[in-house]
Each structure stands twice: as C-alpha cells, then as structure tokens.
Write a protein that binds this ligand. Structure first.
Ligand code: SF4
Length: 345
C-alpha cells in the first residue's frame, strides 16, 4: 500500500550501489542532441544529408539523447536507430491518406489530457515531452500544449476516474510519462492508488530505453510504493536498442515488481525483415521483456516513407512464426479509429 505521507511528495534519493546517480537522467535529457547539424556531425554523416535534416527538423524538431546515439553505427545513414530519429526531406511530402491525427484521438479526449477509448482503462497524457523524437510518431502533430493539465485540471481528471467504477486501469502516456519529475509522478500515483476500483497502473514509455539511467532510486521508490499492479510497456523497434545499460534498467524494473512488455512499430528500413524481428524478440526476452504488439504503421503525415504495406507485414509475421516460440511472437495489430479494441491484421 502506498504511504500516505509527505515522503511520497519529497522522494528521497536512495544512493544504493548499482543504481544510477539520482537525477542524472535530467542532465542527459537536457543535453540531448537538438540540432540536425550536430546529429549529422556526431554520427559522421555526409554533409549532403544536412539540408533534408534541417527541413524535417523545421516540421518536428530533432531530439536524440547521447545514450541512444552511442548505440548507432558511425557514418552509416542506414543505421536502424539513426533512421528512427534523423529528419529527412521526405517529411515535407504527405501523400493522400496521411493525416495529422491518424487515430482520431481528438474525438476521444474526455477531459483535457484524458483519452477514454477502450472499456476499463483510460489514458492520461502525463507529460507533453519526450526524451526522443521519433520521426514516425503518430502523435508528432498532437496538440500537447492544449492537453497538458495543470494541477487543478488533474483534479478534474481524477474525479473522472473516481466516478467511473468500471475503470480498472490507468495508463500513463504522453509524450513520455517518465519525462515528468518523480515528484509529479509520486503525487499522481498516490492519488490513483487511493481510487479503490483501480487495479493496475500501466506506463507507456521509451525513456528506460533511450536514457536507461531514468530507472534510478527516486523512480523505484514511488513505483514500489503503490498497491497497484504495475505494467510497463516499453517501445523498442530494433535489437540494437538494447545494450547492457538498457538490460540493467529492465532488471531493476523487474526487481521492483513491474511486468515488462514491449510494443514496436513495423518500419521500413528499420525492422521490416524477418531477421530483424526475430533478433528483436530474442533480445527482448534476454532482457526480461515480452514482445506484446507489433503495430502496423499509422498513416501520419510526414512519415509516409516508413510505411510497410499490410500484405508485406503479414508475410513477415507469418515467416517469423516459423522461427519463434509463440510466447516470443508479438501480435500484429492496427489501431482503427472507432473500434472497441486493437484490430489484428
Ligand atoms: S510518443 Fe513515443 S514514439 Fe512518439 S516521439 Fe515520443 S517516444 Fe517517440
């Protein structure tokens, strides 16, 4: 049971051996690469890529933490991690059918920062910020500023959760919920914990992957302090994203009683091969994470160059099934606006 004392609002910072320095992640976040020229220079890329990178950056800014950049191959524009974050000229073109809100989330915004699409669970936009800006993101045009609740608006959101006894799960999303401070997260989780019909706390996050030091003592303190069952859905698209530091972060989370799942997106030039998908599932399991969803690409404008046709995605998954045990198979799904659940392809 969560402690209802001020300790939650003033997380002490355990300085245990093996844990990252408390708050070190915030310095890494502040120091993330935000300049397309700097990204190209840091990776030793050809200068011819700079104009396209700057054009894409003007539409959706570059943000790449050093801990993630360090896993990329030098001077390789086809590196699967780089491709996820390097802006391209192609982002300026948007073929018909590619839109700014492919999941029509605006229609399901029940309160500022609260999306209620599916029975039994609601999604809370906990932080408008991400630690990394993924070029294919279906929320790359999301109006975060209109959906970033203030403390008083959180009261309204929490009332919504208290009043709907059918809810069993609160999903913290964003942006990236772990971009919020531990003080804010502890405040929120304490209030969710006090809603009797809620059973589960789910976090959708990429931060333990892109800055593994995010899983530090202050985070583990509020995470272990709640009675709610904890599920963390990571977002990893390629096996190369999981280095020893990420595996260490996963181990700390598992030790804190968190069920770890992964969702990825099938992306042209990143993971659209059976070998890449097989390696991803294997590496996830080595790190204690179960593959959960493989999302079909959502047709968001500016990212059409990542699209993989459904027939090809299905063919890849069919072959993947011949190589992996069932528990390492992610489910290939698409989120169809208006449907009561994800739709298997
Ligand atoms: S919401 Fe997730 S996919 Fe989108 S930019 Fe942030 S971390 Fe990347």
């Amino acid at each position: 049971m969560i402690t209802r004392s001020s300790t939650l609002l003033h997380c002490s910072a355990p300085d245990e051996p093996g844990l990252p320095a408390p708050g070190g992640w915030q310095r890494q976040l502040a120091g993330a690469i935000r300049d397309p020229r700097e990204l190209c220079r840091r990776l030793g890329l050809d200068a011819s890529l700079i104009p396209g990178a700057e054009a894409g950056h003007s539409l959706f800014e570059v943000r790449v933490p050093e801990a993630f950049a360090a896993r990329m191959r030098h001077a390789d524009p086809d590196d699967p991690l780089l491709r996820q974050v390097l802006p391209l000229d192609a982002e300026q073109t948007s073929p018909e059918g590619y839109v700014t809100d492919p999941l029509q989330e605006a229609q399901h915004t029940a309160r500022r920062g609260l999306i209620h699409k599916y029975a039994g669970r609601v999604l809370l936009i906990t932080s408008p910020a991400c630690a990394i800006n993924c070029r294919y993101c279906f929320r790359r045009h999301f109006p975060y500023q209109e959906n970033a609740p203030s403390r008083s608006q959180w009261d309204d959101t929490l009332d919504y959760l208290r009043e709907d006894a059918t809810l069993r799960e609160a999903i913290l999303s964003g942006g990236d919920p772990l971009a919020a401070s531990d003080r804010q997260l502890a405040w929120l989780v304490e209030r969710l914990d006090a809603i009797p019909h809620l059973k589960r706390l789910r976090l959708h996050t990429r931060l333990p992957v892109v800055i593994p030091d995010r899983v530090d003592g202050p985070l583990l303190e509020w995470l272990t302090g709640t009675r709610l069952q904890k599920v963390m859905v990571l977002h990893i698209n390629h096996a190369n994203e999981i280095d020893e530091a990420v595996a260490g972060a996963c181990a700390r989370l598992k030790q804190a009683g968190v069920t770890l799942l992964n969702q990825s997106v099938i992306l042209k030039g990143v993971n659209d091969s059976v070998d890449a998908l097989e390696a991803l599932s294997e590496r996830l399991f080595e790190a204690g994470v179960l593959p959960y969803y493989l999302h079909a690409f959502d047709p968001v404008s500016g990212a059409a160059h990542f699209d993989v046709a459904d027939a090809r995605a299905n063919a890849l998954v069919d072959e993947l099934r011949t190589r992996l045990p069932g528990f390492l198979m992610p489910t290939l799904v698409r989120e169809v606006p208006g449907e009561a659940s994800k739709t298997p392809l």
